[in-house]
Design a protein around this ligand. Structure first.
Ligand code: 4AZ
Length: 245
């Protein structure tokens, strides 16, 4: 996160740190005890499930503590529209955690899911939302850090689709945030949440997806618009109706 500040432990308890293979990293958001939402482009090389670790309750990058819980992955699911040839389109993936001793994540002060918005939820342009992550603090920096948080404003589609901004690279399944160059997501923050709160309840409104550099003028961060995928998310994570009992 560029222009953020260190998060207080426990203030983003849905944050998931996702270690993929030897060197790839993305963030994600816990949305129920067994499911994490992240960015599909982090998984488009189809990593082996056995090569992925999901850490909940983490504060410092790659540091476990009495508050962290590490999970293996049962499966991960892309939306059917997702194509490896265009991994910034439909940039959302659902990751199912493997149960440990018959269950997935237990709620603690450091581990707790974020709410999914309803399909018709609309936060207005200019609304102030939060991003968080372990990614770079500057565009030209190679290190991951203690969890950072930053607050930024939702940007209109009209602005984001201007030819001097992103033109038609921004689709109706994306949203933009960060009108100033002060706060932005950066490398390593991908998959993490854009969390918008109403009455002190945080909702997963966007997924950190892409952008040209970090904190550049007229280049806001681009996020997957979660409300576009709500029906699909529920159809995948909803506990199947219990038949034959
Ligand atoms: C990245 O490389 C990345 N400024 C994510 C978000 C943004 C840029 C890069 C947005 O994961």
């Amino acid at each position: 996160i560029l222009g953020g500040t260190p998060a207080l432990p426990g203030t983003h308890p849905w944050m998931a740190a996702i270690y993929i293979g030897q060197s790839d990293f993305c963030a994600g958001s816990l949305v129920s005890s067994c499911w994490v939402v992240s960015a599909a482009h982090c998984f488009f090389r189809n990593p082996l499930k056995s090569q992925i670790r999901v850490v909940l309750g983490q504060h410092r990058f790659n540091v476990s503590s009495p508050n962290t819980r590490t999970f293996e992955v049962e499966t991960y699911v892309f939306p059917k529209q997702f194509s490896v040839f265009n991994p910034t389109l439909h940039d959302i993936v659902l990751i199912k955690l493997k149960k440990r001793e018959g269950r997935c994540a237990r709620r603690t002060p450091y581990i707790s899911p974020i709410c999914l918005p309803e399909k018709n939820t609309l936060f207005p342009n200019g609304y102030c939302c939060a991003i968080s992550g372990w990614g770079h603090k500057y565009e030209k920096e190679g290190v991951y850090s203690t969890l950072q948080e930053g607050f930024l404003r939702l940007v209109s589609d009209h602005y984001c689709k201007r030819p001097d901004v992103y033109g038609n690279h921004v689709t109706s399944d994306m949203l933009c945030a960060g009108l100033s160059t002060c706060v932005d997501a950066c490398q390593g923050d991908s998959g993490g949440p854009l969390a918008c709160a109403k009455d002190d309840v945080s909702f997963l409104y966007g997924i950190i997806s892409w952008g040209e550099g970090c904190g550049r003028l007229r280049k806001p961060g681009v996020y997957t618009k979660v409300v576009k995928y709500i029906d699909w998310i529920h159809s995948v994570i909803r506990p199947k109706s219990r038949k034959h009992i």
